[in-house]
Design a protein around this ligand. Structure first.
Ligand code: TEU
Ligand code: CA
Length: 561
C-alpha cells in the first residue's frame, strides 16, 4: 500500500470565482459570495477547495493574466475578505489550494512594464525577446510573438498577446516566483494548482516548428521542455518541501511515463498532474474544435493505462471537466432524458478510480453545456478568437462553427452556478457577466438538496463512501472486458477487500457477466444510481441506461486496513 497522505485521501472542489456567487449585485462572483457558501461546501463533504485565479488582473483571460501576484482582484474583494475566507475554510477543516500562474504574467504586470521600457532595463530579461519571430502559433490563435513598438523587438506569448511568457532560464525570475509562493504559503494556503507548468522551459534557440508554413505548432519546443524538471526540483527544495502542501501541475500532452517524471514518489517535484489524453479523446486532427466521436473502449484504454502505470509509483488526478472543458454530462454522458443517471454514472467512475478526484463547481448538480446561439453571448477569448479566425478564413459555414463552439467552448463551464430557481439562478441580483444557463429553473442546488435521489445527494454519498473505504484510495486496479463498447467495469483490491464498479456507458439496456468468485455470493451492492437499487441478483447483471453499480466484499466496509 502506498504511503498514506492527506492529499491522496482528499476530494477537491474547484471554484471559478467569477461564476460562483455574487454578493453585491454587480454580476460578478466574488470572495464574499464564496464565504456565504462555505457551509454548503462543508455539507457536500469536500476536503480541499481550489480557487481559479483571484489576483489583480485586467481579465484578458479571466484572471489567468496576473498583474500583481500579491493582491486580490478589486472585483472579487479585498485581502481582508481573503483572510476571512481562508480562516473560514480552516475552521471548517477544509484546505485551500491557490492557482499559480507563472508561465506568464499580464502585460500590465510591473515586471513587464519595466521590461518593455528599454532594452537595457534590468527586467528586460524576465521575458523572452527576439528581433525576428519564429513560426510558432499561440494557443489562442495567430502568432506567439508580438512586436513591442517602443523597443522594436518581439516578445513571446504562448497564450494571448497580453500574456507574455516569463523567462525561467533567468534565476532572478525563479527567485521572484519562489518568493511569492512563500508569501502565500506563509499566509496559510495549503498548496498550488500550477497553470501550464509543463510549458515553463523552452528549447534554447527557440527553433522553428518543422511542419513549416507560416505558422505552426511549436509544442515540441516548449511542452515538457529540457529544464522543466530541474526547475521543479529547485522549487520543491527551495519552497514546497518546507510546507505541508499539495501540488497539482497542469501538463499538456503528457504520457503516463512523462507524468511519472513529474509525480514519481521518488522525484520531489509535484504530487500529481492533470493529464489531457482523456480530454483529447473527441478531438480530430484539426484539434479541439474538430469534434469527433469517441469509443467506450478507447475511453477505458486511456483511463486504465494511467491507473496501471502510475500505480505504486506516482499519483493520478481524476477529472472530467474544469473551467476549460465542456460539461462532462453533455460530453461523456447524456444531458437530456438521462441527465441525472449519466451524471451519477460518470461521478461513480471518478470517485472509485485511484487518484484524487476534482469536482468542478456545478458538476455536483449535473450542470450541462449552454450552447448560446449568438457569438455575442460568449466571453471567452479562446472562443471569440477562434470564431473570428474561422469567419475570416470563410471556409466553414457559420452553423458548423457554432456547432463546434457549442460542443467545446470554455464558456460551457463558466456560466454562473445555479443555486436556485430565482432570477439568474440566484447567482446575482444584477446582470451576470455571462448569461446563466436557462435550465436553472429546473436544475439548481436548492431543488437537488431537497431531493434524496438527486445528483447532488449522490455526490455526498460518493464522497462519504471514499472516506470510509481505503480500498478506493489505495487499492489496485484491474479492468474487466476491455473490448466491450457498452460497459466499463473494473475491480479494486486492497488486502482481502474487493470493490467492483460496473458502469453502463450507453442509453440502452446492457448485460454484464461477473467474473467467477465475485457475484452473486461474495460481494454486496453498496452504491447504485437508480432508486431502489438492483434489479437482478445473479452472476449476470442487467443494467438500465447509464446504470452505475458499486459492489464491495460482503465482509464489511473494510475499516481495518
Ligand atoms: O490552460 C492551458 C491550456 O492549454 C488551455 O488554454 C487549453 O489549451 C484550452 O483551454 C483548451 O480549450 C490554462 C488555464 O487553465 C486556462 O484557463 C488559461 O487560459 C491558460 O492556461 C493560460 O493561462
Ligand atoms: Ca460581485
Amino acid at each position: 500500500m502506498a504511503e498514506r497522505m492527506w492529499w491522496k485521501e482528499a476530494v477537491v472542489y474547484q471554484i471559478y470565482p467569477r461564476s460562483f456567487m455574487d454578493s453585491n449585485g454587480d454580476g460578478i462572483g466574488d470572495l464574499k459570495g464564496i464565504l456565504a457558501k462555505l457551509d454548503y461546501l462543508k455539507w457536500l463533504g469536500v476536503d480541499v477547495v481550489w480557487f481559479s485565479p483571484i489576483y489583480e488582473s485586467p481579465n484578458n483571460d479571466m484572471g489567468y493574466d496576473i498583474s500583481d501576484y500579491r493582491s486580490i482582484m478589486a472585483q472579487f474583494g479585498t485581502m481582508a475578505d481573503f483572510d476571512r475566507l481562508l480562516s473560514g475554510l480552516h475552521q471548517r477543516e477544509m484546505r485551500l489550494v491557490m492557482d499559480l500562474v507563472v508561465n506568464h504574467t499580464s502585460d500590465e504586470h510591473e515586471w513587464f512594464r519595466q521590461a518593455r521600457a528599454a532594452k537595457d532595463n534590468p527586467y528586460r530579461d524576465y521575458y523572452i525577446w527576439r528581433q525576428k519571430p519564429n513560426n510558432w502559433s499561440s494557443f489562442f490563435g495567430g502568432s506567439a510573438w508580438e512586436l513591442d513598438e517602443k523597443t522594436n523587438e518581439y516578445y513571446l506569448h504562448l497564450f494571448s498577446a497580453k500574456q507574455p511568457d516569463l523567462n525561467w532560464d533567468n534565476p532572478r525570475v525563479r527567485a521572484e516566483i519562489h518568493d511569492l509562493m512563500r508569501w502565500w504559503l506563509d499566509k496559510g494556503v495549503d498548496g498550488f494548482r500550477m497553470d501550464v507548468i509543463g510549458c515553463i522551459s523552452k528549447t534554447p534557440g527557440l527553433p522553428d516548428a518543422p511542419e513549416g508554413g507560416k505558422l505552426a505548432w511549436g509544442g515540441a519546443f516548449f511542452l515538457n521542455g529540457p529544464r522543466v524538471h530541474e526547475y521543479l526540483r529547485e522549487m520543491n527544495a527551495e519552497v514546497l518541501s518546507h510546507y505541508d502542501v499539495m501540488t497539482v501541475g497542469e501538463t499538456l500532452s503528457v504520457t503516463p511515463k512523462e507524468a511519472l517524471e513529474y509525480t514519481g514518489f521518488n522525484r520531489a517535484e509535484l504530487n500529481m498532474v492533470f493529464q489531457f489524453e482523456l480530454m483529447d479523446i473527441d478531438s480530430g486532427p484539426g484539434g479541439k474544435w474538430d469534434v469527433r466521436d469517441w469509443q467506450v473502449s478507447e475511453f477505458k484504454r486511456i483511463c486504465s493505462r494511467w491507473q496501471r502505470e502510475l500505480y505504486g509509483r506516482g499519483w493520478n488526478s481524476l477529472y472530467l471537466n474544469n473551467h476549460d472543458q465542456p460539461r462532462m454530462v453533455s460530453r461523456f454522458g447524456q444531458d437530456g432524458k438521462y441527465r441525472v443517471e449519466s451524471a451519477k454514472m460518470l461521478a461513480t467512475l471518478l470517485h472509485t478510480l485511484q487518484g484524487t478526484p476534482f469536482i468542478y463547481q456545478g458538476e455536483e448538480i449535473g450542470m450541462t453545456n449552454v450552447c448560446f446561439e449568438r457569438i455575442e453571448d460568449y466571453r471567452d477569448i479562446e472562443t471569440i478568437n477562434w470564431y473570428k479566425e474561422q469567419m475570416a478564413q470563410g471556409e466553414r459555414p457559420v452553423k458548423e462553427i457554432m456547432r463546434s463552439i457549442c460542443a467545446k467552448s470554455r464558456d460551457n463551464a463558466r456560466t454562473p452556478m445555479q443555486w436556485s430557481e430565482a432570477a439568474h439562478g440566484g447567482f446575482t441580483t444584477g446582470i451576470p457577466w455571462l448569461r446563466v444557463n436557462p435550465n436553472y429553473r429546473t436544475l439548481n442546488v436548492e431543488q437537488e438538496r431537497a431531493d434524496a435521489d438527486s445528483v447532488l445527494n449522490y455526490y455526498r454519498r460518493l464522497i462519504r463512501f471514499r472516506r470510509e473505504n481505503p480500498v478506493v484510495v489505495y487499492g489496485d486496479y484491474t479492468l474487466l472486458e476491455p473490448e466491450d463498447e457498452t460497459v466499463y467495469a473494473f475491480t479494486r483490491r486492497l488486502g482481502e477487500v474487493c470493490l467492483l464498479t460496473v458502469l453502463n456507458f450507453t442509453a440502452g439496456e446492457q448485460t454484464f457477466a461477473s467474473p467467477s468468485g465475485l457475484l452473486p455470493d461474495n460481494l454486496r451492492l453498496v452504491l447504485c444510481n437508480y432508486a431502489g437499487g438492483e434489479t437482478s441478483v445473479g452472476p449476470t447483471l442487467h443494467l438500465r441506461p447509464y446504470e452505475a453499480r458499486v459492489y464491495l466484499t460482503a465482509a464489511g466496509s473494510a475499516d481495518g486496513v
